[in-house]
Design a protein around this ligand. Structure first.
Ligand SMILES: NC(=O)c1ccc[n+]([C@@H]2O[C@H](COP(=O)([O-])OP(=O)(O)OC[C@H]3O[C@@H](n4cnc5c(N)ncnc54)[C@H](OP(=O)(O)O)[C@@H]3O)[C@@H](O)[C@H]2O)c1
Length: 290
């Protein structure tokens, strides 16, 4: 008989994410074991507890979910988790700190329903945040030419540098979006825009959208009014407005939830999976093709 599925939730926040716990349970996990306020130095003991308790044949029924609101800390925790594994002594692990991987994957999948990304000029606004950086990374990985926008050009340049190291042949260009004029200029000739700004910040006005004649798909990830794309609705799901298909944060959120659950289920199919941005995106692609 196979062992119960155990998901160990490693979270850097004071309270481990209840959202991630509920999704874990809804994904079919038998036992969820949450650890809060986890620091890198504490990871080894936790991972050893997960990987030395069951024989190699049963390790696929133990998995680790790395969460928490701080994505940079989540990345360090994932690195620490992965460094504990050797030979067959490993369990599958997924990173979705702040929902960044599942959200970016859902946004890029939404775009891919309407556009050939390899032939697309895309603009990611507020591309310096964890969600925006991952969206830009996934788009670049699909062969899109990506304009990486920030209010600060040096910050956009730094993100482009990182993307060039992470993605082979990344076609990324930094651009400033520090005024309505510069944002409108960045929007010219793009077919896709993803607004990945902080909650409650409008990045694009309806006027800017009207002037963007090449635009076909506009995706907003901010669910808190004012929305990131003015004139759109948080529920939009391929809603056409003036010839542009709009997605709002909740419109994208449905796909994000499906990807999150499918990725957790995937963890229990093997004991050697590491699900970061690209792997989570692949889970989403498989869902779309099913
Ligand atoms: N739908 C979902 O399931 C889901 C899940 C997770 C996140 N989200 C949403 O996705 C969005 C991005 O998340 P995140 O965690 O990456 O966001 P974030 O780190 O809070 O902010 C992203 C970027 O927004 C820009 N920004 C911050 N304050 C600003 C201001 N006052 N004016 C203009 N720009 C400002 C900054 O870029 P620059 O400084 O470079 O300009 C920042 O790097 C958020 O709206 C979040 O709520 C949605």
């Amino acid at each position: 008989m196979s062992k119960p599925k155990i998901l160990v939730q490693i979270d850097s926040d004071e309270h481990a994410s209840l959202f991630d716990a509920v999704v874990g349970i809804d994904s079919g996990v038998d036992h969820l074991i949450p650890y809060a306020s986890v620091q890198v130095a504490q990871v080894q003991n936790l991972v050893h507890g997960a990987m030395f308790t069951r024989g190699p044949a049963d390790l696929r029924n133990t998995a680790i979910f790395v969460g928490g609101s701080n994505v940079a800390t989540g990345e360090r925790l994932l690195e620490a988790v992965s460094s504990c594994f050797f030979g067959p002594m490993r369990v599958s692990v997924m990173l979705d700190a702040n929902g960044a991987n599942t959200t970016a994957a859902a946004a890029v999948l939404a775009a891919a329903r309407h556009l050939d990304l390899a032939a697309t000029e895309a603009l990611v606004l507020a591309a310096t945040g964890p969600v925006g950086q991952r969206a830009a990374r996934l788009l670049a990985g699909c062969g899109a030419r990506v304009r990486v926008a920030s209010r600060s050009l040096p910050k956009a340049e730094a993100v482009c540098q990182r993307l060039s190291e992470q993605v082979d042949n990344a076609q990324v260009t930094p651009c400033a979006s520090d005024s309505p004029e510069s944002t409108a200029a960045a929007l010219q000739d793009v077919q896709l825009v993803i607004a990945a700004g902080a909650a409650g910040i409008e990045l694009l006005s309806p006027d800017m959208l009207r002037d963007a004649s090449a635009l076909r798909v506009a995706i907003d990830l901010n669910a808190v009014p004012p929305l990131g794309i003015g004139g759109a609705d948080v529920m939009d799901t391929a809603k056409e407005r003036n010839g542009v298909l709009h997605y709002g944060a909740i419109g994208v959120g449905g796909t994000k939830m499906k990807i999150h659950k499918a990725a957790v289920r995937k963890l229990f199919t093997a004991n050697d999976l590491v699900l970061d941005a690209e792997e989570v995106f692949q889970v989403g692609r498989e869902l779309e093709q099913a």
